[in-house]
Design a protein. Structure first.
Length: 377
């Protein structure tokens, strides 16, 4: 069963690892508050309790007390509520009738799992609002209730850029409201530390760029303009900087190929490196020059380093590992050493735990589950 990596994920592993993984204007406050559903979603069967797993050789430098939180299917992009008690993630779980990623919540011990998105379309990139009782995520269900089509395999390794818009919903699945209304890829949302703005990626301007907006969908501001794919944005803990991944074509041939695929709602993510900019979009600078595909960047608790996943040691492989790097690109350090995919790393709000998605210990090939470990700095 295929992993998707959000084109912050919703596509990275669609092809790399098998996965879970125009004239549009800013949405008005009225349309942002249109209620689509008020019916709570019934809880699914509780997952198995966490199971202790040994660290691979060399991983115990930072990872202690590893435990597996989910079992079976494809589970990825798990992010904490602000109090550290809940997690939201996207999944295709065994027995799920609609075989696309849907949005779930659960407690950090893997219990009380519930689906919160409609049982239609495909979801990605969930994030809790400050009170932990409501969250937002990307979904294609208003564009089409069916799963988005898989990209033409004759195009080679490409991601489909699906027509996500962003929605908010209560933690029990009630009160679904539309937040954006662009009808093109609009996802990868992350809430600012002060809880006032969302940074996200969208194709609404004709290229994949990074934007910010208020939590009600108003006051949309574009941060990136360089031709190419800018995505996976993430606020620093103090809210002053944003880390992101990018692929900027280096010559006219590459740019033409990129734009041709973009017209077909596809992108070829063979090369992505990490960048950092100020929260207003100024001072954009590249911090890694690794080659391969580096994605899913977020910050250490103290804001001094970036944690991310990359296959740069073997760009044609599906073995991504998790790394740390300083803001100037120095001090690259490998964290995971498993031979399978490891990605989507995120620290708990107190910085004491690391959660990520991995193919390790799968009962089926390419099965992707969520893991958590105590973090040793």
């Amino acid at each position: 069963m295929p992993v998707v990596i959000r084109i912050r994920a919703t596509a990275l592993l669609l092809a790399v690892v098998a996965s879970t993984a125009g004239a549009q204007g800013p949405v008005s406050k009225t349309s942002a508050q249109t209620v689509l559903s008020t019916t709570p979603v019934a809880p699914t069967a509780a997952p198995t309790k966490p199971v202790a797993r040994p660290a691979d050789p060399g991983e115990d430098a930072h990872l202690r007390n590893i435990r597996q939180l989910t079992f079976g299917g494809s589970n990825a992009e798990a992010y904490f509520s602000r109090d550290g008690k809940w997690v939201t993630y996207q999944a295709q779980i065994p027995g799920q009738a609609h075989q696309c990623d849907l949005q779930y919540v659960m407690k950090v011990d893997g219990t009380e799992r519930k689906r919160v998105s409609p049982n239609a379309g495909k979801t990605t990139c969930g994030w809790f609002l400050p009170d932990g009782k409501r969250l937002f995520f990307g979904s294609t269900h208003m564009a089409d209730s069916a799963c988005p089509p898989v990209p033409d395999p004759s195009k080679g390794y490409v991601w489909g850029i699906d027509p996500y818009d962003m929605y908010t919903v209560n933690r029990d699945g009630s009160g679904l409201k539309r937040l954006t209304n662009y009808g093109v890829y609009t996802a990868e949302g992350v809430l600012s530390p002060d809880g006032k703005r969302i940074v996200f990626t969208s194709l609404k301007g004709g290229d994949l760029d990074i934007y910010t907006m208020n939590v009600d969908g108003t006051d949309v501001k574009q941060l990136t303009t360089t031709p190419g794919y800018d995505g996976g944005p993430w606020w620093s803990p103090d809210g002053k900087q944003i880390v992101y991944r990018a692929y900027h074509p280096t010559d006219s041939t590459e740019l033409a190929q990129y734009r041709d695929l973009l017209k077909q709602n596809m992108i070829r993510p063979n090369k992505m490196d990490l960048y950092v900019m100020n929260a207003d979009g100024s001072n954009q600078r590249q911090i890694t020059h690794l080659g391969g595909a580096s994605f899913g960047p977020s910050w250490t608790h103290d804001g001094t380093r970036i944690i991310f996943s990359s296959n740069y040691t073997n760009p044609k492989s599906r073995n991504f590992d998790i790394y740390l790097v300083n803001l100037d690109g120095s001090g690259l350090e490998r964290i995971t050493k498993n031979a399978e995919f490891d990605g989507f790393p995120i620290f708990s709000p107190d910085g004491k735990k690391l959660m990520w998605a991995s193919n390790r210990y799968g009962s089926q090939p390419h099965e992707t589950n969520l893991f958590m470990a105590d973090w040793k700095p």
